[in-house]
Design a binder for this molecule. Sequence first.
Ligand SMILES: *Cc1c(COP(=O)(O)O)cnc(C)c1O
Length: 403
Amino acid sequence: MAPAGSSPMSIETAVIHTGVPKVLGSAVMPIFQSATYGYSGDGNEDLVAYTRPADSPNHHALARAIAAIEGTEGALVTASGMAAISSTLLALLRPGDHLLIQTATYGGTSELVHQELSSLGIEHTTVDPADPGSWEKALRTNTKVFYVESISNPLIGVADMEAVAAFSQQHGLTHVVDNTFATPVLLKPARLGFIVIHSATKFLNGHSDIIAGAVAGPANFIAKVREKIVVYGGVLDPHACFLLQRGLTTLALRVRQQISSALALANFLEEHPQVEKVNYPGLESSPFHGLAKRLFKGSGGGVLSFEVKGGPSAAQALLKALKLPLIAPSLGGVESLITMPSFTSHEALGVEGRKAAGISESLIRLSVGIEGTEDLIADFAQALGATANGNANNGALTSLKVS
Ligand SMILES: *Cc1c(COP(=O)(O)O)cnc(C)c1O
């Protein structure tokens, strides 16, 4: 921890030097692979008894590191991003309450709010997170929470975070943000009073080898989320804690490389005659560039999406012709990951639902990895060239389907 009164550590330093107790002189946090701990009875405040309350040395070390990089008093790691989201919302909302939630959130979040919370008598209204003028009319006397994603999927839109914070403060709401796509490298939303959630499966861990989540905020709020983890059971395993803590040490390095390649690819694709449209807030042509400048110093993050000319079959042919990106859902890994939301994350919406959300059937989402920028551009150049000449296998990409 930074000494009181000093300025907070950079992410680069905090991930290495925060939260790692010296255990027998080890350089890294060892794995405490134990479900329970013998009671010492010595009145020690840090006494651990059982692992389900996220109460092992691994959980505490990781929580301190995440609180340090998000600039919050407390944090908690969870078994998945969905465990973080569900526990946070259940800690904030009771039957009869109402929340504002942005349109087109992550699929699991939409299902949680539209189906699970509704069945518990918790109501919601969807709002456009970039259109503050439209929020007032969605407000009710029982509105308690305003939930947004700092960068949204798959159109890579940016929420007006300052306006969400001001509106929430004015109306006594708790504002919550899913900061998975932006990461604290782009934005630390706790500065604006947000409760911050992550799918740590993505950029925070960065190696596509675990499912994990995190919540960061004031210590008294984190205690309430922990109560939900205890009863609903979404605790992270200590071994996964170890992997996440290791992944975290390279967060800033990875994300900087991903951002720089994503911008280079976005520029390349925008200029390409076969590309219809590129969604990337780092581009000056993006309708979200103004917000990205205010919030992220102009950066657009590590994920972009685009449409190619020729419809869904041309998009599928391009995916097949690419040699580097893995065709898979998820994002934020060291390897580039590419997917068509109409087949994966947004399949459940149906054609009409996607149309209403502005998601084209031929939309391609690319999570840029840490491969060499020139190699990635060369791969897209060859794949676009191959599909333009009709050399590509145009067979349906059934392997894109995930259950
Ligand atoms: C993946 C993701 C989630 C869900 O996280 P899991 O770790 O898969 O449970 C939530 N929000 C966003 C923005 C995501 O990308």
